[in-house]
Design a binder for this molecule. Structure first.
Ligand code: AMP
Length: 400
């Protein structure tokens, strides 16, 4: 069964075509920096490797270019669109409606659209991916895998806000949690690696969006993002935690409109707001050259992560492992070092040499004496989505 996975993010589209159940990757790629004249188009199939700059200003254009490449006579891997049997879509927000992987129909699309109010940077891009995939692959089953699903196990004391209870019961205002596909995948890989009974783990997903999850007995028990994927850690362009009084001050005293506040907090804050850059590679390079704003942004990011490690260690009454994952977590030895510095009270001791030496799989970067394991675990949201899509198609008798 050929399953195409589309992970349509705020500024990127990642895609992979899997042969299931073998899990063989037929081709894979990504488009990064969508919206710029220098978007990077990547495609890798058996004997073909493409990486080039292209002008890709919209997600729609990006998906069209991916579909063209899949069907390309020389570099492609399929002849006809009908050879794609199912498309698994990463969908960020499933609100209270979706706690499981779901076959997409009209009602599901309407709900995903409605939940755009909760995830304005993501759900519209996810929905666009779905609509276009339906056009290009009309015979394929379209399946949505929700980022919110893994966090359904959070206890009420963690997911409820201290606001009038009616807002929770009648309007579903609560913490939902995000990046669930990634946190689930990396924590399962870590469980296999650690081979110990019910370890208490904190997974730290640091990509363009950033979040942390406290995981006990393999289940999410607390999480840094809440009602929408906007609070918690400092992100590429999102502020993460702020005092909500700032919103009142901006609107009541400084003349900000509601829309301007939203734009500022979601698109002009975080690393971008602090430094003018939202790509950590640029910030690290600038910090090295002596840019004080960039150095401080790195320090602030690491400090916020440290505080959540402290909070979640308390929440779980212990800690056996921390897991770094996603673009920054897997690649930035600098940030990992800053996070793990002066954490000996928690039993976290980084091995500097191991931290610097990269390898492709899961790797342990703590010292031999560290009480807590520090693991770099490459995330693979696409494989997780493929597995869930395959399982659902099997359950619904849509196998091939
Ligand atoms: P993701 O959302 O997981 O694709 O991660 C995107 C983020 O990862 C961007 O902010 C990139 O700057 C960051 N990133 C990717 N590669 C590296 C690297 N080698 N060093 C530091 N950050 C990186």
């Amino acid at each position: 069964m050929n399953i195409l996975i589309i992970n349509s993010g705020s500024s990127s589209i990642k895609y992979q075509l899997f042969d299931m159940p073998s899990k063989r990757v037929i081709c894979a790629g990504a488009i990064e920096r969508i919206g710029s004249d220098e978007a990077i188009f990547k495609y890798k199939a058996k004997d073909v490797f493409v990486e080039e700059e292209r002008k890709i200003h919209t997600h729609k254009r990006g998906l069209e270019e991916i579909a063209d490449m899949l069907r390309d006579t020389h570099k492609g891997v399929i002849k006809m669109a009908d050879e794609i049997h199912a498309v698994g879509h990463r969908v960020v927000h499933g609100g209270n409606r979706f706690s499981e992987t779901t076959l997409i129909n009209k009602e599901v699309k309407e709900k995903i659209s409605a939940f755009s109010t909760l995830a304005p940077l993501h759900n519209p891009a996810n929905l666009e991916g779905i609509i276009l995939a339906e056009e290009i692959f009309p015979k394929a089953s379209q399946v949505a895998v929700f980022d919110t699903a893994f966090h359904q196990t959070m206890p009420k004391k963690a997911k409820k806000y201290a606001i009038p209870t009616a807002l929770f019961t009648e309007h579903g205002i609560q913490a939902y949690g995000f990046h669930g596909t990634s946190h689930k995948y990396v924590s399962e890989r870590a469980l296999e690696y650690l081979n110990q009974d019910n370890p208490k783990m904190i997974s730290i997903h640091l990509g363009n969006g950033c979040s942390m999850t406290a995981i006990k007995n393999g289940k999410s028990v607390d999480h840094s993002m809440g009602f929408a994927p906007s609070n918690g850690l400092i992100m590429g362009s999102r502020s993460g935690d702020i005092d909500h009084s700032i919103v009142f001050h901006l609107t009541e005293q400084l003349g900000y409109g509601q829309h301007a506040v939203k734009e500022m907090l979601l698109k002009k804050s975080g690393l971008l707001g602090l430094t003018g850059y939202n790509d950590l590679r640029d910030i690290q390079a600038e910090a090295k050259k002596g840019n004080a704003d960039c150095s401080l942004a790195l320090e602030m990011s690491a400090y916020r992560i440290k505080k959540y490690i402290g909070a979640y260690t308390a929440a779980m009454n212990g800690l056996h492992a921390i897991l770094f994952t996603a673009g920054i977590g897997e690649n930035s030895s600098i940030l990992r070092k800053m996070v793990c510095q002066e954490m000996t009270y928690f039993g976290i001791e980084l091995d500097d040499f191991k931290n610097e030496s990269g390898s492709s799989g899961i790797r342990e970067i703590n010292t031999a004496s560290s009480r807590v394991k520090i693991l770099v675990v490459p995330t693979n949201e696409e494989l997780e989505i493929a597995q869930q899509t395959f399982a659902l198609c099997g359950k619904l008798g849509k196998g091939f």
